[in-house]
Write a protein that binds this ligand. Structure first.
Ligand code: PMP
Length: 392
């Protein structure tokens, strides 16, 4: 083991060699049922044949030309994303953080070109996560992400999700540029915001000329059983939306989507990326989109989510001293633990099941959308064995 990797990760002691579907195999030949999916990224499981074929074919044709040339794969995927959403324009990035940065810059630029330079403030919420770059850590509501990285950037305001009066007051201020929110908080612990709350925020932003940014990096691209999480609700669509993770199913692909109006300040030269949307990324992105956005995949994800919630609710009833609450939306599932979540994750690993941690002492289940009914049953049964072990 090397000492030369920067020690910012607590890594599980597993060296994965191969992945197939929902299964991972380590270098010793041991296999795990993977309900982490590279942190909600491998939405089609490991080694999906359509993605392998698309990447292999593109690898032999062209890797990279940069954004000073036309890239047909970008034009195709931008058309698909726009047709399937509120958006008119798409900017491709390599990660969730970059998509969020683009969204934040776009929001301020919009007001600047409208002659409203004073509109700089971005409102974010406690429990949210938007990435690890400077804009993203300042926009999110977790003080741990900014600790030691000061000074805090000016113009970022944190509210709690239940602070209705504070939200109304801040959105109404003439210095507010945008509000950024995850329709389903992921890292914060699988917390799904209600339709009423999202609709209220939408109406408030519209009324005061404030841009609404949805961070669907984790909850988007089919994770909740709709292509985008906010599409569960009428009249909740944002002006700008950050995507990544499942957009590339494991290949680095991100995107910032926006209405024509919200993106009107982003003229040539206002923003850029060397790698964003390169031909390899777009080959995978297009192939992934075609499968994820199909009604068959989304309906399957909804059915598997229902099966999971049925099994998990029963499990929580049988083991209230281990699982306090089952929550989330679709296949972004959180178990709020009555015991220590980290200890539970290690025990689950001993039972051949990989799960992710989350804020608020949660364990998250983020399986591929393609998980089968038998695999859901297997996952719940491994969780049951883990609960029994946790009680000893
Ligand atoms: N936003 C959300 C909602 C996320 O869950 C994440 C990653 N967990 C990010 C942004 C940052 O994405 P990345 O790590 O690709 O920069």
């Amino acid at each position: 083991m090397t000492d030369h990797l920067l020690g910012v990760y607590n890594r599980a002691p597993i060296t994965v060699a191969r992945g197939q579907g929902v299964w991972l195999t380590d270098t010793q030949g041991r296999s795990w049922l993977d309900c982490v999916s590279g942190i909600a990224t491998n939405a089609l499981g490991h080694a999906h044949p359509a993605l392998v074929a698309a990447l292999t074919e593109q690898a032999g044709a062209l890797w990279h030309v940069s954004n000073i040339f036309r890239i047909p794969g970008q034009e195709q995927l931008a058309d698909k994303l726009a047709a399937a959403s509120f958006a008119d324009t798409v900017f491709f990035t390599n990660s969730g953080s970059e998509s969020v940065e683009c969204a934040l810059k776009m929001a301020r630029k919009y007001h600047a070109v409208n002659g409203e330079d004073a509109r700089i403030d971005v409102i974010g919420f406690a429990g949210s996560f938007h990435g690890r770059t400077y804009g993203a850590i300042n926009a999110a509501g977790n003080p741990a992400y900014v600790e030691g990285f000061g000074p805090r950037l000016p113009g970022y305001i944190q509210l709690t999700l239940d602070d209705e009066a504070g939200l109304a007051r801040h959105v109404a201020r003439p210095t507010t540029a945008a509000v950024i929110v995850e329709p389903v908080q992921g890292e914060g612990g699988a917390r799904a915001l209600s339709g009423e709350w999202l609709q209220h925020l939408r109406a408030l932003c519209t009324h005061h000329g404030v841009l609404l940014i949805h961070d669907e990096v984790q909850c988007g691209m089919g994770r909740t059983g709709k292509l985008f999480a906010h599409q569960w609700f009428e009249d909740a669509a944002p002006d700008i939306m950050a995507l990544a993770k499942a957009l590339g199913c494991g290949f680095p692909v991100g995107a910032c989507l926006a209405t024509k109006e919200a993106s009107r300040g982003m003229a040539p030269g206002a923003h850029g990326s060397t790698f964003g949307g390169n031909p390899l990324a777009m080959a995978v992105g297009n192939a992934a989109f075609d499968v994820i956005a199909s009604e068959a995949t989304l309906a399957h994800a909804r059915a598997m989510a229902q099966a999971f919630f049925t099994g998990l609710d029963a499990l929580a009833t049988r083991h209230p001293d281990v699982i306090h609450e089952v929550r989330g939306k679709g296949l972004l599932i959180g178990l709020k633990m009555a015991c220590d979540n980290r200890a539970f994750m290690a025990l689950a690993r001993d039972h051949g099941l990989l799960v992710a941690g989350g804020g608020d002492n949660c364990v998250r289940l983020l399986p591929p959308l393609t998980i089968t009914a038998d695999e859901v049953t297997e996952a719940v049964s491994r969780l049951e064995a883990t609960c029994l072990a946790a009680r000893q």
